[in-house]
Design a protein around this ligand. Structure first.
Ligand code: MN
Length: 415
């Protein structure tokens, strides 16, 4: 199967090649939310494709494509969802496909609105980049012993809040918060002065487990449907004051933003790479031979209120110390159950160099080294009307599989 056989024209360097086929929820002038896949600049409406009979041989209830979230589709299981993806690839490269006769099965992405792709019941955020954990440890605790003693033994995580996760394009107000300004004698209430992005990727659970059940690292991929880019917004001044002793709370739950297209693990399979060597050796339940890292180039840009962009970071998902398989094995070793649609955040993805750090906290080193944007203005943290845009793609030879973008503008606080 090659791109050139695809009868939908696909712009060069499109994230949505014939090799990708990511799933999402869209609406257009017909405001009903429904399931589509992205191909080039278009969306293929799967509910309409199903009516034309292209999935008849697969023998499943195609009403899942008229649902407002992907959960019922994902819950059909990988045998079906992979077959659907392959069938779409076949149709889009078949000159005689019935889909070619019906223009309404394809909708221009610019004319559609994207929605949150899954109902997220639970959200867990890990802290799995050793570079990020080291940078934060140096700043907040001890430059000599930046990593806490547990860090190389446990994929550290916490339970986040699912209700405030929004899709790309939904803007957020700067959060109000309680902070203890440096040198102050008493805490104050007001708009956060240190709003920051966190460059993360999220994976979406594709298979339910029962309470008491565990997932072995070798089986973990069966339980992962696909991935999205995640901007895990943070209010650093609130975080610093509130996080002891129980960890992140209101500094993290005022909003997180995900990309609208869920890229399947199967689409990402060609880009797998080995993760970093883990020293010391992990406990047996965390040993993993599969489900390692994936080479996904990630970029963060800040656009000023006129839309002028400055790239502020180039990172990569392959830097992660703990793999998704290890995160999932750890999360379930005590019997904690998983539901279809649950979201697992990687934690901020930082590389070794300053231009690959995944947050402004690290890029400006707590505000000490401000960034200069292309318009000449200075940034320590995100300012009102700034738009943070994250993009990601994997590429090997002439195969490109990408995520599109996730964008969100920070609006002034509602005081
Ligand atoms: Mn986070």
């Amino acid at each position: 199967m090659t791109q050139t056989n695809c009868w939908v024209s696909i712009p060069e360097k499109s994230d949505f090649s014939i090799h990708n086929i990511p799933f999402g929820i869209f609406s257009d002038t017909d405001t009903t939310k429904r399931v589509g896949i992205a191909i080039g600049d278009q969306i293929l409406d799967l509910s309409k494709a199903a009516k034309l009979g292209v999935f008849d041989a697969l023998n499943f209830d195609t009403s899942v494509f008229t649902n407002a979230v992907l959960n019922p589709f994902i819950a059909l299981g990988k045998a079906t969802t992979n077959a659907v993806r392959e069938q779409i690839q076949n149709e889009l490269t078949n000159e005689n496909s019935v889909l070619k006769d019906y223009d309404t099965v394809l909708i221009a992405q610019k004319e559609a609105q994207m929605h949150l792709p899954v109902f997220i019941g639970d959200y867990t955020d890990f802290y799995s980049s050793i570079e990020h954990a080291t940078n934060v440890g140096k700043m907040f605790r001890d430059p000599e012993n930046a990593l806490l003693p547990n860090w190389r033994h446990i994929p550290v995580g916490y339970h986040g809040r699912a209700s405030s996760i929004a899709v790309s394009g939904v803007d957020l107000h700067r959060p109000m918060g309680q902070t203890m300004p440096p040198g102050a004698e008493a805490p104050v209430y007001g708009p956060s002065k240190r709003v920051d992005f966190e460059l993360e990727m999220g994976f979406i659970i594709g298979k339910q487990t029962q309470l008491g059940e565990t997932i072995a690292t070798k089986d973990a991929e069966d339980y992962i449907f696909g991935k999205v880019i995640l901007n895990d917004w943070s209010a650093r001044d609130v975080q610093k004051w509130e996080y002891v002793p129980l960890g992140p709370f209101l500094a993290k739950n005022f909003g997180s933003t995900i990309s609208p297209w869920v890229v399947t693990m199967e689409a990402l399979a060609p880009f797998k790479v080995a993760g970093p060597k883990q020293e010391p050796k992990v406990l047996p339940y965390l040993e993993a031979t599969t489900g390692g890292n994936i080479d996904i180039a990630l970029q963060v840009a800040i656009a000023n209120k006129n839309g002028e962009e400055t790239v502020v970071s180039n990172s990569n998902f392959k830097y992660m110390y703990w793999s998704m398989a290890q995160q999932l094995a750890h999360h379930t070793m005590n019997g904690c159950n998983m539901n279809v649609g649950d979201l697992m955040g990687s934690g901020t993805i930082s590389g070794k160099t300053e231009d690959s750090y995944g947050s402004l906290l690290e890029i400006t080193w707590g505000g000490k080294n401000p960034l200069i944007l292309n318009d000449g203005s200075e940034r320590k943290f995100v300012e009102d009307h700034d738009t943070v845009i994250m993009r990601g793609h994997a590429e090997k030879g002439d195969i490109r599989v990408g995520f599109g973008e996730v964008r969100c503008t920070i609006l002034p606080a509602k005081e």
